[in-house]
Design a protein around this ligand. Structure first.
Ligand SMILES: Cc1cc2nc3c(=O)[nH]c(=O)nc-3n(C[C@H](O)[C@H](O)[C@H](O)COP(=O)(O)O)c2cc1C
Length: 234
């Protein structure tokens, strides 16, 4: 998380101002409900991007122009890395058959654990709930799998470098009006590796959907600023 905060600071000073210049927009106050256009109009205020990025878990099917996918990954690759090693690959997935294959593998895995479920519901009810959950997770038009190369120059540092890029990517996506979510356990590494034939020489950092949210979620409760800050001594 410390790395993520550092990454955000870097984005503030380097990446987004350049992006905003390209978009050439005027600041406006946040509107509700938010549209892609209203969000892009806010990106000239970097603080809006930080404050309004949210984890999104249900998407519209609207396609995303290739240029915007590239722009988002281009921002992610500007993240700092140990010794500038840049150990990433960004696997972009748009193939609906593959996305469905991933969804079904996740559903099968969770439904297979029905016996460990403590809720008083039938297997059919449980499966229905799981199907809705993964139907939402897998409703985006694009998925980006962020990977680090185990054979990079400094592989011991990959676990810092990976999330740095993810943080940048998620903020860049928000700046263009797209939702993301840093998915780990919900769609396990083993499932993505199998479905997308990812070699064992790569470690998955996370998978994120990329798409226009059905709605932008409200912020979950965040701790107070003063809970985090220490001055001079612990
Ligand atoms: C390391 C990490 C792992 C996460 N894993 C998942 C996950 O498996 N599934 C999921 O839906 N969200 C996952 N999230 C997203 C968090 O639930 C989310 O960031 C948190 O609830 C705060 O919400 P916000 O991102 O909207 O501020 C993960 C986030 C992080 C940083």
């Amino acid at each position: 998380m410390k790395n993520l905060i550092f990454g955000i600071w870097f984005l503030l000073t380097a990446v987004v101002p350049a992006q905003v210049k390209t978009i050439g927009v005027t600041p406006v106050s946040p509107t509700s409900p938010e549209t892609k256009e209203s969000i892009i109009a806010q990106t000239s205020n970097i603080w809006d991007v930080f404050n309004h990025r949210r984890s999104v878990r249900k998407f519209k099917s609207d396609s995303i122009p290739e240029t915007e996918i590239i722009k988002i990954i281009d921002a992610a690759r500007m993240a700092p890395t140990s010794g500038n090693q840049q150990p990433w690959k960004f696997l972009v997935v748009r193939d609906r058959n593959k996305i469905n294959q991933m969804k079904e593998a996740c559903i099968k895995r969770v439904v297979g654990r029905y016996d460990k479920n403590t809720m008083k519901e039938t297997k059919e009810q449980f499966e229905e709930k799981v199907r809705i959950r993964f139907g939402n997770y897998c409703s985006a038009p694009v998925y980006i799998i962020i990977l680090t190369d185990n054979k990079s120059m400094y592989p011991d540092y990959n676990h810092w470098d990976g999330p740095m890029a993810a943080g940048y990517l998620m903020l860049a996506a928000r700046a263009l009006g797209y939702g993301t979510v840093f998915i780990t356990d919900a769609i396990p590494e083993s499932v993505t590796k199998e479905v997308f034939n990812i070699p064992d020489t790569y470690t998955r950092v996370c998978i994120t959907p990329l798409g226009v949210p059905v709605e932008w979620p409200k912020s979950p409760e965040k701790k107070k600023l003063e809970d985090f800050i220490l001055y001079e001594k612990f």
